[in-house]
Design a protein around this ligand. Structure first.
Ligand code: HGY
Ligand code: MN
Ligand code: MN
Length: 354
């Protein structure tokens, strides 16, 4: 379930600015991926409330659920509900313990049948802005606290299974094996080489597993994941096609079969120029050098992008910007600058609308 707070404007019927980020994390993740983009606007609302100030527009802050898609093979569950693209077929998916998404939601006191009512009417909104840690090394290396996002890379994900033949590790001659894990390993090296072959493209096998494997059994099955991203959809799709063709070649040669299921696809999401400019004006107002960069990571903003204009502000992370790792770290000073930038954007928007 999403958690939503609205700081109403002087005119409750005025259009709203939407903001927020996700409160879920990856397994063994950091503390700031997502949460920063919830707390920063909350700090802005707290300050407006302390000043007794109302804006000439509503300010809606959302803590999105399930952006990462760890428990089920579905991502952007919370933001997808707001854009009206939540796929009700996901409710039947079962997690590793056999619990369906519908059961998990009902257990949490949520009513899955209400999801369709969460769709936002984009005509009632000015746009969506999101603050997020960069999750990469660029700002840290340039010693810049803040950066403005130009576009969020497009991504596609797959869940794969290679099927060979489990057999005795001691008696099966090397030349007659149908080793699913060796095939997956060969594919993984191809993914790495293909991802490195083109600028602004990344390709990752993040999960690799021999289900119920044993030391003394030639792997009969091997599960794997694919995560392919690029600044343009065409570069992303060309890479996905090459990897799928290589998978077919490897399995053909080794006498194996495979399944490959697309589990997520998100188009590249360029920032709306006027919202990007507001972030740039905010950064400049702090006396900081302006810096624009693409986002290699996916964000709820790319979901809201489907129904309204959006732009993001990045804040540097420490430890070379490491993320999806407990070493994720930020500083209070940078976070203070981030809040001030957000306050500047709110004030500039208020001035524009007044
Ligand atoms: O995978 C991503 O880019 C994001 O953390 N969901
Ligand atoms: Mn993440
Ligand atoms: Mn995130």
């Amino acid at each position: 379930g999403n958690v939503v707070g609205v700081y109403h404007g002087t005119d409750p019927s005025a259009k709203r600015l939407l903001t927020g980020s996700h409160y879920d994390t990856v397994r063994n993740g950091g503390k700031y991926d997502g949460r920063l983009g919830i707390f920063v606007p909350m700090a802005c609302v707290r300050e407006l409330h302390r000043q007794g100030r109302r804006l000439p527009y509503g300010f809606e802050v959302v803590g999105f659920s399930e952006e990462e898609g760890q428990r089920y093979k579905a991502v952007f569950l919370g933001s997808g509900a707001l854009t009206g693209t939540f796929n009700t077929a996901w409710l039947g998916q079962k997690d590793v313990d056999g619990i369906s998404m519908r059961e998990a939601m009902e257990h949490a006191g949520l009513c899955p049948d209400d999801i369709s009512k969460l769709k936002r009417d984009a005509s009632k909104y000015l746009g969506f802005v999101e603050v997020h840690i960069e999750q990469g090394p660029v700002l840290n290396a340039l010693d810049l606290p803040l950066g403005v996002v130009t576009s969020i890379n497009g991504s596609v994900r797959f869940a794969g299974l290679i099927q060979g033949m489990a057999s005795h590790a001691g008696t099966t001659p090397m030349g007659t094996r149908r080793d699913a894990a060796a095939a997956a390993a060969e594919l993984t090296l191809f993914v790495e080489q293909r991802g490195a072959a083109v600028p602004d493209l990344v390709a990752t096998v993040g999960m690799l597993e021999v289900p119920n494997g044993s030391t003394n059994v030639v792997p009969g099955r091997c599960k794997f994941s694919l995560d392919i991203r690029a600044t343009t959809n065409s570069v992303r799709d060309a890479c996905a096609t090459d990897i799928q063709n290589e998978l077919a070649r490897i399995c053909e040669r080794r006498g194996l079969s495979y399944t490959l299921e697309e589990t997520m696809r998100a188009a590249a999401a360029p920032s709306a120029p006027d919202w990007q400019n507001r972030w740039e004006a905010a950064v400049q107002s702090l006396g900081l050098p302006g810096f624009q960069m693409p986002s290699g990571a996916g964000h709820d903003a790319m979901k809201l992008h489907e129904i309204m204009p959006q732009a993001m502000l990045f804040m540097r992370g420490l430890n070379a910007g490491i993320s999806h790792n407990p070493l994720e770290a930020i500083t209070n000073d940078d976070t203070d600058l981030c809040v001030r930038a957000f306050q500047h954007l709110l004030d500039q928007l208020a001035t524009e609308l007044s």
